[in-house]
Each structure stands twice: as C-alpha cells, then as structure tokens.
Ligand binder design. Structure first.
Ligand SMILES: Cc1ncc(C[n+]2csc(CCOP(=O)(O)OP(=O)(O)O)c2C)c(N)n1
Ligand SMILES: [Mg+2]
Length: 1025
C-alpha cells in the first residue's frame, strides 16, 4: 500500500520547470498499479463521488488513487482523506464530504499525535497533496467563473452586474487557494478535467494560469459548469481550453471580413438613402450577420437542409438581405411610401415581414432553405411559433432526430430576460412531442432595452440566465471580436448538431444609435453614448487587423466595399421600377400546390362532409376497442368503451365519438391530425381517452386512432406542458408549415386561453391580414356557465367575436357558394355547436375547404354526457353537412304564424330552453333557433327564420352576462337581418364584472331568472329594445 502511495506522491511531487523538461516523457506516463477490480469497486461504492464536482474539479485520478489506498487500508491515508471518504460513503455530497480538519481533530488523529510527530516525508506529502488540490480547485474556479473576468464588453463599461460574486482568480489571487508566489514555477500534473495542456499533462502553475486566462478570460466567456452531464462538460472544455483553438485560415478570415462588409455597408446604405426612416439598424452588432452565417454554414455541413429563424426588429432587414438573401430591391421598395399594396390584407411594417428562400450553401454545396418567420412587435412571441413550424417540418420530412431541419432564434437582451414566453419555450425544448432537437439562440446583447439599463431590466447577472434551466451552455462573446464570434458560433452549431440540445450565443455589443434611428439616446444614457461615439466600428477594426496580418491588402478591402456598395446601388435603381408591393412575395411558409399560381383557392365550394355508414361504423368500432393484444385497460375505461359500442348499435354518438369519427376519417383521408394541450390525451373531462394505459406495465400505451387503417396518416395526441402562450404559439407554428394537417389546441378550460392572448390577437386573428399566410389552426375552448365559478366558466366568446371582421351593418348579397365565400372573406370562424354531429362536420369541413381559416370552437362540458346531446348517425351520412344554423324542427314549423316568440341562442343554453319550453307547454308559441356558426354570421339563414316567424318577437337568449357572451356581436347582425322596424330583445344575465358567480345557489337563481324572461311573452311589452 505504501508503495502505491509513494508512487502517487512521486507522480505528483512538484518539480521545477527544468526537471519537467527532462522527465516529462518518463514521469508523465509512468504506469500506476491499478487493480481493475478494486478500482471498479471503488467506483461503484463511490459512484456519487465520481459523478460529483469536487473530485472532478480537483484531480479525479489522484482521488481514485487515494480512494484505492483507503479502501485497502483506511489508516494508510491522511486523516482528511479518511474523513472525506467516510463521509462520501455515508452519502454526503462532496462539499460537506470534504470537511477541513480542526486543529483538535488533527491532533487527535492517529498520525498527528504528540507521541508520533509527522515525519519530514509525510509533511512533504501533505503539502504535495494540498498544492495539487489547490491547483485543481483553481482550474475549476476558472471553468466556473472565468466568464466573470472575460473582456466581454466592447465599451468596457462592464455589462455584467456581478457585485455579489467576488471572483478569486488570476495570477495574483493564487494565495486564495493556499498557493504562494514561489509555487508559480513549480510544475503540476493536470487533472483529466482540463484540456489546457494540449499534448502535455504537466505545466507550471504560471503557465496553467496563463492558459486558463486565455481560455476563459479574453473575449469569450463560457458558462457551462451547471450542466449535469459530465461528458457534455468535457466536450465544452475541450473546445475552449485546447491551445490554439482560435486559429483561422486566411480564407476563413477573408470570408468573415466580406460578411462584415455586407452587414456594415447595408446599414450605411439605408442610412444614406432614407436617413429619417425607422429601420432598427444593427449598428454596434454588425457581427450578427457573420455569426448567423457561421451557424448556418456549420449546420449545413452537418446535414441540415432547412433553417427556420425567428427574430425581433433589430437588424431584421439586414438578416433578410444578407442571410436569407431576399432581393435587395424588394427590401428597398418597402421604403417607398408611394407604392400601393397589391394583395388583400392590411400588410405590416417592413421590419416584421417574413420570408423563405432556397439557395445553395457555398460551403456544403447543397441546397438549404432559410425561412424567417413573420412576427408582430410583441417581442419573443414568435419563439414558440418558430419551434412549432420547425417541428412540423421535421415531422413531414421524417426527420425524427432534427438532423435536417433546425431552428435559430435571435433575441434582444431586454426581451430575452423579461418575456415569460422565453421560459415557456425553453421548457418545450426537451418534451417528446415538442422538441425540435436543439435550437441555437443568438442574443443581440446591446446592453440596453429602449431606454432602460440592464440594472433596471433584470435581476440576473446576464440576460441569458433563463437558458440555464434547460442546461443550455451559454457562450458570451465580445461582438467586436469577429473571430471570437465566429468561433463560438461554430461551437454552438456543433453542440446543437452533436447533442441536439439548446445553446445560447450572447453577442455582447452596443447600440450605436438610439432605439430607432430617430431617437436621442443621450437623454437617458449620456455616459454610455459618449463612450459609443468614440467607439470605432467593428469593420474598421477587423479590416485593419487583417491588413496588419497581411491577409488582405488595403486595396482588396476597398474593392470589397465598393463591390457591395455597387450591388446596393443597382438594386436601388431596380427598386424604382417597382409599381406595386406584393405581400405574398414575403411568405415565410409557401404552400406550393394548395392555391392557384396567383395565390387564390382552386375552387370556392366545399365537398360534403358526411361519411358512409360503413366508415362511421368502422371508426366507431376502433373507438370502442383495444386494438392490440395482451393489453389490460382500467375497468372504468372498459365500461366507457362498452358504452361506445352500445351507442353504435343504437346508431347514435356522443361528443367524444363524434370527434373520434371526424379525426379518424380525416386520418383515413391522409390528413395528419395533431391534438395538443393540457391533459388532452384523456380529456380534462375524462371523455376522450385517446391514449389507453396498460394497468400492469409502466409506459405501455395504445392509441387506437392509429389503428384505423394501414394507409392512414399518423395521429399525434400529446399532453402539453402547463403553458398556454408557449404551446398555442407552437401549435400555430405547426399549422403554418402545411395546409394538409388538422392541428387542434385545446385549453384545459376556455378561461385559460387569455394567457395566450398575444398569440390569438397578434397571429391567429390578424395573421393573414398582416402577412398573407392563412392558417387552419383549431382552438377547442371548453365553455359554459355551470356553477363552476368565475374561472371555469367562460372562454370569453365576446373577445373572439369582437375581433371578427364581418360587417354587422351590411346584409351580404347571397349568391352561389355563399357559405364558403363568406368564410373565405372572414379572418376566422367562430362556432358553438350544440350537437356531436355538427361538431363532427365542422372539424371535417375545416380540412375539406379549399382554403384555411382559424376555427374557434366553444366546446361543452356538461353536454359531453347530456342524454339529449347525442346525434343520430343519420346526421353524419353522405349528403349531410355542417349546419350553420339549426332551425326549430318541432311544432312551431307547422303553424309559424302562431309563434309569438322566436328565441335565437347558441350552445348549451338550447337544452335549458327546450326543457323549460316543455315544462311550460309553450312548444307551439315559442320557436328556438340555434346559431351554430356565430361568425361569419349566417345572415341568410337567420333571415329565413325571422321571416318564417313574422309575428314573433325576436329574442337573443344567452346564459352569459349581458356585457359578455355573444349579445354585442349578434344583436346588430340580427337587427340588420330584420330591419330597423323590428326590435331585437335580450334575455340573459345582467352585466357583470366577473364572468360567473362562485355561488351555486346564485348561479341557479340567475339561470331561472333568464329563462323566466325568455318565456314571459309580456316581458318586453312597452319597452325600448
Ligand atoms: C412584449 C413587448 N413589450 C414591449 C415592447 C416595446 N419595445 C419595443 S423594443 C423594446 C426594447 C427591446 O429591447 P431589447 O430586447 O434589448 O432589444 P433591442 O431593441 O435593444 O435590440 C421595447 C420595450 C414590445 N415591442 N413588445
Ligand atoms: Mg437591447
């Protein structure tokens, strides 16, 4: 044993540099006796220790040897090691395990008693161990905190608020680790957790510090030591610590220079031509363009064929021009105020538009499609949309590992730290049905958000700290160092394409102008901007460097600049010939073949949505079965499946079965269906059960919907994270990628959709008008006043209806294909179906229409099990279709002239009205008409009903409060339908601040009151409507 220890001691004893030169090859490779079995045992016994940071950071091999010795003979190692290993074996984490011995313990330990003083050799050994531990701790300190000292800020005014984190690294700080200046020239063996040695495994302390400073404290600051995976940490250490990593070939340097020329001169050109136009220029972060191009080049080299990007305003035009390669004249004509818009829709400002372009990547010589997703001003809202689109592209191209399609997200520093959707999006990054297998995030960290300093904008040191939650490495880099930027971008792309996990590049830069080109930044950041005024541009600095190195001549550089300027001038001249602006030239997701060449629907009619009895029966059978062998379902579920089979025998279906038949039949027709949202697999109300769980085997599941027919499209049903903003954005992006998929997002209760309001307002309701791209996403929003309190009652129909663009005051001209034309002109469809059959039809219609519009469905809760709310299969057979309005089919139709009141309503209240009418025996005097499609409003059908009951009062009845629900939307449209002479009355709850009472008794009393009004034929006598 002592032989083993002394071998270790010999290997670790500090030598002078001279000795080192003489003996490196011998002592550096001296074999240490390793008993494989004992080592394995030690590893197993101390597996926690082996995986923990303390030994990793302090010389794993040395610790192993100590451990071996200790296992053989605990008394053979120093007491401090004895304590450490005993603590570790007892389960302590390395920190606590490594207790310093108190002088008292020391004196009590066997080897330090007065009767047995330490020998000189033992003291030597102790110092030796201590010094190595100190060096290893120092190395680890650089790895953990080197970025604190890195020179990240081009302005040198300190970008990071690290006041709370004093940093003891640097040559003059070795004392903090118990080392002395005299140790600086001693040679130390390097632990396996560093690569600073390159091919050497020993270095002097001075050289160790120098190399660590080079790796961690120059223009790159690497934050990665929080990553749990040791291999990943090693991967990063190798890439940043290995000597000479920042060497670039002359060719690479010239490419970098060219890209910096393009980036810089583009902004300068815009500034010259349109000095008073807002463009949110990139000045101060010109290296964003070479950065993105490096990520794309490197990724294409690894097999990526499509890159989906999302970014805010800053530098967007530059990215469009120089990364996505949008024709420059198309960009320039966006600045011309005289050009008229050619397409339908209101359009958007130039720095929000999207674009998709396929080109040959110069490095890989393969085609790559680059798309920049259109986005609203709402910062970061596009993040989940980009991820959803990326996921869809991966799905359609069978790219299950993300090797062909990837996403890049660009962020501003203030928005990245401030917007919660960033966090929500990060949390989708590793979920099976939402992962895009790694995103490269690039932060344009100009150290300001509009007029606000980072000190006031976030509580974390860096704007990127949010990425730590998913163990994403963060590469901070001084954006004025082109080569450092290119290097971290290369590593970021390599990381993404190796581990398929997120990674962040933090471009620490500055903003040369105000927030936009019109703003005066000196009002609020005078000192920063005095400094910025003195700051030389990155292009000039890099050109001078390369000229100094002899990589380019001054003349070559000037020619490069002149060449790009000429390209801009020529494009500018061409842009003057443009007479008209086409938004459709700015599509981020082209849908080839879905429309005619000029972007119109190929037809204006919709095929019938009914199905044959056989088809309904077959899908129903699947819905009622467990289509795999050897699978045990819960007995309660067996009952549900049996009930489905019973319904089929009776030729009826409930809500869940109607949904099954709609989705199943679309799958049979080759339409991919994706249903996502919180707990959608079972269904919040335990009615759906699209995923069956074996009761005996963990994770054994079955999705019967994928067993309908062998050539069907695949069905994805996925419980999402507890997010609305992030997940709805994701599904919207998924739906954007292709018109041939039915993408449904279900809110747990409709009430919760408002945390995703930005996606609804900025994308779903207005997306087509702004960016031309249609979208067929379906929102399922459980809604209904059922005494469940203010937050489980209302999906806020009033808000969706308020955003509908059909004109309340104009009765439309009704001609052929009216229903489809009306749908085509609207911004979205809003329905509240009262029967499973109608729900079935509206879902099928959504995919059979020759165009795509978002569909908002207020879905029921109690109706899911209501005995009356079942549909006969007859209503789903060929020839049947979605009923926009369901007329009263009972006694009123026989003698319409006798009808005193026609009540228009929607959704669940129909069943309350029907019951009340029966109770009051008013079947012949009151007609109840259901408006199933609220928007676009079925003017034509409503007119038929109001004319049929010409002697009746026209009443709108709803269970929601008067200032909520449908009333404000429906009333003017009904009024337009009946004309000014005939009043439209209201029966419903009064106005209220909260959507529903929390008191069950009050709820029922309110319901009865509104029913009383609805059936009191004198209720409106003598009143003004
Ligand atoms: C959600 C949202 N809130 C507020 C704004 C208004 N706004 C526009 S730019 C900006 C500052 C953004 O700062 P940063 O993210 O650092 O980007 P930078 O402009 O510095 O590139 C703000 C607050 C917005 N566009 N979106
Ligand atoms: Mg900023």
């Amino acid at each position: 044993m002592h032989r083993l220890l002394s071998t270790a001691a010999a290997r670790l004893r500090p030598r002078t540099a001279a000795q080192s030169v003489r003996t490196t090859s011998v002592s550096g490779t001296q074999p240490v006796r390793r008993d494989g079995r004992a080592l394995e045992l030690a590893r197993r016994q101390n597996s926690r220790v082996a995986a923990e940071a303390f030994p990793n950071g302090t010389g794993g091999s040395y610790v192993e040897e100590m451990n071996l010795a200790w296992l053989e003979e605990p008394g053979s190692v120093h007491k401090s090691w004895d304590v450490f290993f005993r603590n570790a074996k007892a389960g302590a984490a390395p920190g606590p395990a490594h207790q310093a011995l108190s002088p008292l313990q020391e004196s009590l330990s066997g080897r330090a008693t007065a009767t047995a003083p330490l020998s000189a050799a033992e003291t030597d050994l102790e110092k030796l161990v201590g010094d190595h531990l100190a060096v290893h701790t120092l190395i680890r300190a650089y790895q953990v905190r080197g970025h604190h000292l890195a020179k990240l800020d081009p302005l040198d005014i300190s970008c990071v608020d690290l006041d709370d984190a004093p940093c003891s690294i640097g040559l003059n700080k070795v004392g903090s680790y118990g080392l002395h200046e005299s140790d600086l020239d001693k040679v130390f063996r390097l632990p396996k957790t560093t690569f600073i040695g390159g091919s050497e495994d020993t270095l002097t302390l001075r050289e160790i510090v120098r190399r660590l400073e080079t790796a961690y404290c120059q223009h790159i600051g690497v934050e990665f030591m929080f990553i749990n995976d040791v291999q990943q940490c090693q991967w990063i250490r190798r890439r940043f610590e290995s000597p000479g990593i920042l060497r670039f070939s002359a060719e690479e340097k010239r490419t970098l220079l060219t890209r910096t020329v393009q980036s810089t001169r583009f902004e300068e050109f815009l500034q010259r031509k349109w000095s008073s136009e807002k463009r949110f220029g990139l000045e101060g972060c010109e290296s964003l363009i070479p950065a993105l191009k490096t990520v794309i080049d490197k990724s294409c080299g690894s097999g990526v064929e499509s890159v989906v990007m999302g970014m805010p305003h800053r530098g967007r035009l530059n990215v469009l021009a120089n990364v996505v390669h949008k024709e420059l004249d198309q960009i320039f004509c966006q600045f011309d105020p005289k050009l008229e818009a050619a397409d339908e829709g209101s359009g958007d400002v130039k720095y929000h538009l999207g674009m998709s372009h396929t080109r040959t990547n110069r490095l890989s010589d393969k085609n790559v499609t680059l798309s920049l997703v259109a986005n609203p001003s709402h910062l970061e809202a596009v993040d989940p949309v980009v991820q959803g689109k990326t996921k869809a592209e991966q799905f359609y191209s069978g790219d299950s590992k993300g090797k062909k399609v990837m996403s890049i997200l660009i962020h501003g520093d203030a928005a990245f730290a401030g917007q919660g959707v960033v966090y929500e999006t990060f949390h989708l990054s590793d979920l099976p049905s939402y992962t895009t297998h790694g995103t490269v995030h690039v932060v344009v960290n100009n150290q300001i958000g509009f007029t606000t300093d980072p000190r006031m904008a976030r509580s974390s040191a860096y704007p990127t700290d949010v990425a730590r939650v998913v163990n994403a490495p963060i590469f901070h880099v001084n954006a004025d160092d082109c080569e450092a930027v290119a290097y971290v971008c290369k590593v970021a792309a390599e990381w993404r394409n190796t581990f398929h996990k997120d990674v962040v590049v933090d471009l620490v830069c500055y903003r040369r102008n105000g927030h936009n080109e019109m703003d005066e930044p000196m009002f609020t950041q005078p000192l920063m901007y005095k400094r910025i005024k003195k700051q030389e541009g990155v292009l000039k600095k890099y050109a001078e460097k390369l000229i100094g190195e002899g990589v380019v001549t001054m003349q070559e550089y000037q020619e490069e600049v002149a060449k790009y300027d000429k390209i801009c001038e020529e494009a500018y001249a061409r842009s003057k010939d443009e007479k008209i602006l086409h938004i459709k030239d700015w599509l981020d997701s082209p849908w080839p073949d879905f429309f005619t060449a000029d972007g119109r629907p190929k037809t204006m009619s919709c095929p019938p949505t009914g199905l044959s009895e056989d088809q309904l029966g077959h899908i129903g059978k699947v819905a009622a079965s467990v289509p795999v062998d050897d699978f045990t379902v819960h007995t309660g579920l067996s009952r549900i499946l049996k009930a489905r089979a019973d319904m089929l025998r009776q030729r009826v279906c409930d809500w869940a079965l109607g949904e099954y038949m709609a989705l199943g039949s679309l799958l049979q027709q080759g339409v991919h269906v994706r249903l996502s949202g919180q707990d959608v697999e079972r269904g919040t109300f335990s009615h759906r059960h699209h995923v069956l769980h074996d009761q005996n085997t963990d994770k054994k599941t079955c999705i019967p919907m994928n067993h309908i027919s062998p050539d069907q499209a695949s069905y994805t049903v996925c419980n999402s994270s507890l997010s609305e903003y992030g997940v709805l954005g994701f599904e919207l992006g998924f739906a954007m990628a292709s018109p041939n998929a039915l993408v449904l997002w279900e809110a747990q209760f409709g009430d919760f959709h408002n945390t995703a309001q930005c996606i609804i307002d900025q994308f779903i309701s207005s997306g087509q008008a702004k960016w031309f791209r249609q979208n067929g996403i379906v929102l399922l929003l459980p809604h209904g006043m059922e005494g469940m309190g203010p937050e489980h009652s209302s999906a806020r129909p009033e808000r969706f209806l308020q955003m509908c663009n059909d004109d309340s005051d104009v009765f439309p001209s009704v001609r052929e294909d009216f229903a489809e034309r009306q749908l085509h002109h609207c911004n979205w469809t809003v329905v509240n179906c009262s029967t499973p059959a109608n729900y079935f039809h509206v879902l099928r219609r959504q995919m059979l229409l020759p165009f795509r519009k978002p569909l908002i469905v207020f879905t029921p809760k109690s109706l899911l099990r209501h005995p009356e709310a079942k549909s006969s299969l007859d209503l789903m057979l060929p020839g049947t279709r979605f009923q926009r309005l369901i007329p009263d089919e009972g006694p009123p139709t026989a003698r319409p002239a006798d009808v005193k009141r026609v009540i228009f309503c929607t959704g669940k209240i129909y069943y309350d009205l029907d019951r009340e009418r029966q109770n009051r025996a008013m079947d012949a005097t009151v007609a109840v008409v259901r408006v199933e499609q609220l928007s676009p409003f079925p003017f034509d059908l409503a007119k038929v009903e109001t004319e049929r009951y010409a002697n009746a009062d026209v009443v709108w009845c709803q269970e929601e409060h008067k200032n909520q629900g449908y009333y404000d939307y429906v009333k003017p449209r009904l009024q337009t339908t009946v004309g000014p002479a005939r009043p439209v009355w209201y029966a419903g709850r009064g106005p209220a601040a909260a959507p529903a009472t929390g008191n069950k008794h009050t709820h029922l009393a309110e319901l009865q009151r509104l029913l009383n009004t609805a059936f009191d034929l004198r209720a409106f006598a003598g009143k003004d409507s």
